[in-house]
Structure formats: C-alpha cells, structure tokens
Ligand binder design. Structure first.
Ligand SMILES: Nc1ncnc2c1ncn2[C@@H]1O[C@H](COP(=O)(O)OP(=O)(O)OP(=O)(O)O)[C@@H](O)[C@H]1O
Ligand SMILES: [Mg+2]
Length: 279
C-alpha cells in the first residue's frame, strides 16, 4: 500500500537509478515491491535486466485502452515491474494530453494496486513537471527528491524543500511534509562537491534521507543491466543505498500479512503469480 515517488525538478540526478536500487533494497529487506515507470524514457526496466527488445509497458497500454496489469514483468530481483513502454513522439504527446484531461487513467489502476496492503509501490517519474507526476501526487505517501551535490541542484533547493515543484501555496506545504531528500553523486575528493553536500545536509536536517557517493560501480551496474546490490555489494554506493533503504523502511507502515484479503475490487496484479518471470 505505501506509495513512494521519486521526483526532481532537475534531470539526470539519479531518480531512475535510485528507484530501481531502492526497490531492490526494500525487496531484500523482506517487502513485496512493485516499481512503476511513468517516464517515457522507459529506462527503469534497464536496471532490472529487461531485454532491450521488450518495449511493452504500462503507460503505452493506457493509450490503447488495454488493462495495464498485463504489462507486468516479474524480474529476477523479485521486484515486480510495470515498465512505461516505448512510445513515439506523437503517442507520447497524446498520452500526456489524455492524462491531463483524465488523470483517473493513471490513478484508477494505481488505486487498485494500492488495495494490496502488503505491497510497497515505488514510482519513477520524468524530470520536472509532467501530467503523469501531477496525476499521482495526491496518492503518494512519501516523495523522495534527488539532488546532486552541485551548484545547480543547490540553487533548486528552495523549490524542492518547500514542495513548490509539486504544487502551489498550501498544497505545496502539504506535499513538503511528505518529502525527503537524497543527495546523490557526492564526491569526497572534490572540494566543491563535498562542501555543497555538507551545506545542503546541514540545511535539510531531518528531511535528508541520505547521501550517495559518486561511484563508477553505479554506472557499470547499469551497463550490465544489473542492480547495484547484486553487481557490487561491497561498493561505497551500495553501502549508502543500504542505509537509505533502512531509513525508508522506518517511514513505512509495518507490513500486513499477505493472506489478508483486501477490501474492494480484486487486485490488479494476481499475487499468486509473483515470483514467476514472464520473460
Ligand atoms: N551515485 C552515482 N555515482 C555514479 N553515477 C551515478 C550515480 N547515480 C546515478 N549515476 C549515473 O547518472 C546517470 C543519470 O542517472 P539516472 O538516469 O538515474 O538519472 P535520472 O534523474 O533518472 O535522469 P532523468 O531525469 O533523465 O530521468 C546514469 O548514467 C547513472 O548511472
Ligand atoms: Mg530517469
């Protein structure tokens, strides 16, 4: 049931990398995790080893009016995945317009998934504002904003910590109360990176979920389409991710026994299929 959404006003900061690897870390911590990709880049699947030629996905099915649950991929990590799916520019723009007109296209299937009390849902979003992010915001329990330890990210800090990148006025304050921040790619050998990270960390206080070192192992893991905790478990970034996953677990409600039937409509994803790989 808990919904965690990775978001950031800035691109290329590590949202997708964190989404995939935190989903994996939570799965290893004993949670049942579903990762959902709302970004037309369709890149979340790459971290889970989904073959490049497998381009189907959840969002791509929305435009076709097909049950999005059919896009589920059971990955070797144990994390269930709803990839975005590949769309050409025209279809992608049409989807954005359709979601703006009727956000229920995304929120209705998401609510059905949330009816499963033992499921932790992690959502990866496109950089900056998007209709997909705007649609899911009201359903999110915890926003995780990712920033880099650099001047550009530091300049965006007021927008992030006030929740202004998610909404306006009082609404922004409500979202800000559900927001935690990760500082990514901290380079201790760089005076600028370390000083920026240190200043941001001190400023954020308890809103800081954690910090992740800049670590070549992270990019290498992606190049091999592997998750970091499998690919380089002793790496610095893996240690950092483990600590962040622990902090995230502390924010989650205690898991409910899977045998308890959920109220309402049947779950979108049949739990009896979990553990089977569909490719
Ligand atoms: N801690 C890290 N150390 C080294 N490289 C990293 C780290 N975190 C992410 N990267 C690399 O940074 C690049 C961008 O990461 P990622 O795609 O996750 O960012 P993103 O915020 O999802 O980007 P976009 O805004 O385009 O969706 C990737 O090549 C990734 O491997
Ligand atoms: Mg991304």
């Amino acid at each position: 049931m808990p919904v965690i959404c990775l978001a950031s006003p800035k691109g290329g900061v590590g949202k997708t990398t964190m989404s995939a690897n935190l989903a994996h870390a939570l799965q290893r911590a004993g949670r049942r995790v579903l990762a959902i990709d709302l970004d037309p880049q369709n890149a979340l699947r790459l971290h889970f080893g989904v073959p490049l030629e497998d381009t189907g996905g959840f969002m791509a099915r929305l435009t076709a009016g097909v049950d999005p649950g059919g896009a589920l991929r059971e990955t070797a990590s144990g994390v269930a995945l709803l990839p975005h799916g590949a769309l050409d520019m025209a279809s992608s723009l049409a989807l954005a317009v359709a979601i703006e007109r009727n956000p229920e296209q995304i929120t209705a299937p998401l609510r059905r998934l949330m009816a499963d009390p033992g499921l932790v849902i992690i959502i990866d979003t496109p950089p900056g504002p998007s209709h997909a992010l705007a649609a899911v915001i009201p359903l999110v329990d915890t926003f995780v904003a990712v920033l880099l330890a650099d001047a550009a990210s530091t300049a965006l800090l007021p927008q992030v910590e006030t929740g202004a990148f998610l909404g306006q006025g009082t609404l922004a304050s409500l979202f800000a109360s559900r927001l935690r921040i990760i500082i990514n790619q901290v380079d201790q050998a760089s005076r600028l990176s370390f000083t920026a990270a240190e200043a941001v960390a001190r400023h954020l206080g308890p809103k800081l979920l954690g910090a992740v070192a800049r670590d070549e192992a992270m990019s290498e893991a992606l190049a091999y389409q592997r998750l970091l905790l499998d690919f380089a478990p002793a790496s610095r970034a893996a240690t950092d991710l483990g600590a962040i996953a622990q902090a995230l677990v502390a924010l989650l409600p205690t898991p409910v026994a899977a045998s308890q039937p959920a109220a309402g409509p049947p779950p979108l994803l049949d739990p009896s299929r979990w553990g089977q790989r569909s490719w």
